[in-house]
Design a protein around this ligand. Structure first.
Ligand code: FES
Ligand code: FES
Length: 399
């Protein structure tokens, strides 16, 4: 069934009927003849298809056009009267920021976004911010120099909007410090005061917070004993390997594969636990030398018994920040869906482990992000289809 949409593209209103599965990139290229937007990987990895969606760079290859009712989209063809883009284009020309030009439309849109958000970005910041756009022939020297040239030559007041003054000063959410205290009331089973409902997420200043919960058919004490055994718990998380643990300090790695990008995040974490209220906090970070990606964050978990303690609800809050090559997934918004899927896989493995059904033979030692992303895309299509047809959808995944 086709869906009617009205969006604004490069300042012009466009009304059209499209198939729900039509991506924004295909809609722009095939229906609107805006072929400046290029398709490289079509999996959200390379950044060639980057356009502005409501003023923010987004991947048009993994954005369904039908989800953009009322949105404003700006493609590379829509910057003719934009002085900042004019300066960025000129700098790419003089600094040899392109060869074949296939990546250039997406690269220009990202570069313009960088000089507007970071008034005095250093090279490291520029490279980090460009890490979601891949160029297969120029190398990045000329591209980085072009961004630096615009930063030096165009006064900040002429280009800056919503600036991020100093990346080092970016603060995460105001984490509430974890204060173990005795379970003094019948409230022990009460749900933690999450800002959003389970399954929801929010982002600010490069940080993403995801809250979720799932239920396992085991008592709270039994479930807590698994949460106290970090080796078993880590084995339930796809891609995670625990290498050292003294019960308080953990060391290990998480292996991730996203198409051609492979990363092995090696890191450390510390654990605080309160056995009385069945609550724990893991804070840590890690980096992958090969891709130059870094991650830091924390997981809060609390167990809540239900059904006369025959079942346990596990409440999770995950807060994290990604930098480097893999940060592109945060910017694409995919990371939220992906993390939610990951929690689904973790929950299924945990339930199987507790209920003696676990079979690790077919599990991958690597977290295959691409297959999870594919399942996210399928899920988004199912949701869209359900909205259009009123059909029920159930898309919670496992590993
Ligand atoms: Fe969209 Fe590669 S074509 S990210
Ligand atoms: Fe050829 Fe970037 S200029 S891929």
């Amino acid at each position: 069934m086709k869906k009617k949409i009205s969006i604004t593209i490069n300042g012009k209103s466009v009304a059209s009927e499209i198939e729900p599965r039509t991506t924004l990139a295909d809609f722009l290229r095939d229906s609107q003849r805006l072929t400046g937007t290029k398709l490289g990987c079509e999996h959200g990895v390379c950044g060639a298809c980057t356009v502005l969606i409501n003023g923010t760079p987004g991947r048009s290859c993994i954005t369904f056009a039908a989800t953009l009712e009322g949105a404003e989209v700006q493609t590379i063809e829509g910057f003719e009267k934009d002085p900042v883009m004019e300066a960025v284009r000129h700098a790419f020309h003089t600094e040899h920021g392109l060869q074949c030009g296939f990546c250039t439309a997406g690269m220009l849109i990202t570069a313009r976004d960088i000089v507007r958000r970071f008034p005095s970005a250093d090279e490291k910041t520029i490279r980090n911010e460009l890490s979601g756009n891949l160029c297969r022939c120029t190398g990045y020297m000329g591209i980085v120099k072009a961004v630096q040239k615009v930063l030096h030559e165009v006064p900040a007041e002429d280009r800056v909007r919503n600036p991020v003054a100093n990346k080092a000063a970016i603060q995460p959410f105001a984490f509430k410090p974890f204060k173990p205290k005795a379970d003094s009331s019948a409230n022990a089973n009460s749900r933690p005061a999450f800002a959003k409902s389970a399954g929801e997420s929010e982002s600010a200043n490069g940080w993403t917070r995801i809250t979720d919960s799932f239920t396992v058919a085991r008592s709270r004490a039994e479930t807590w004993s698994l949460f106290s055994d970090f080796a078993r718990m880590a084995s339930c998380m796809p891609g995670a390997v625990l290498e050292k643990s003294d019960g308080k300090n953990l060391e290990g790695q998480v292996r991730v594969a996203f198409g051609p990008i492979r990363a092995g995040f090696r890191g450390k974490a510390t654990v605080e636990r309160n056995d009385e209220i069945y609550k724990g906090l893991i804070v840590g970070g890690g980096s992958d030398v090969a891709s130059g990606s870094r991650a830091k964050g924390q997981v809060t978990y609390q167990l809540q018994s239900t059904d006369n303690d025959s079942k346990t609800i596990v409440n999770l809050t995950l807060e994290f920040q990604l930098q480097g090559a893999l940060a592109q997934f945060s910017r694409a918004g995919l990371i939220k869906d992906f993390a939610s899927r990951l929690i689904g896989a973790f929950a299924k493995n945990l339930a199987d482990e507790l209920e003696g059904r676990r079979n690790t033979r077919n599990e991958s030692a690597e977290l295959r992000v691409s297959s999870l992303v594919w399942s996210v895309l399928v899920s988004r299509m199912k949701t869209l289809w359900a909205k259009l047809t009123g059909a029920p959808t159930n898309d919670r995944g496992g590993s």
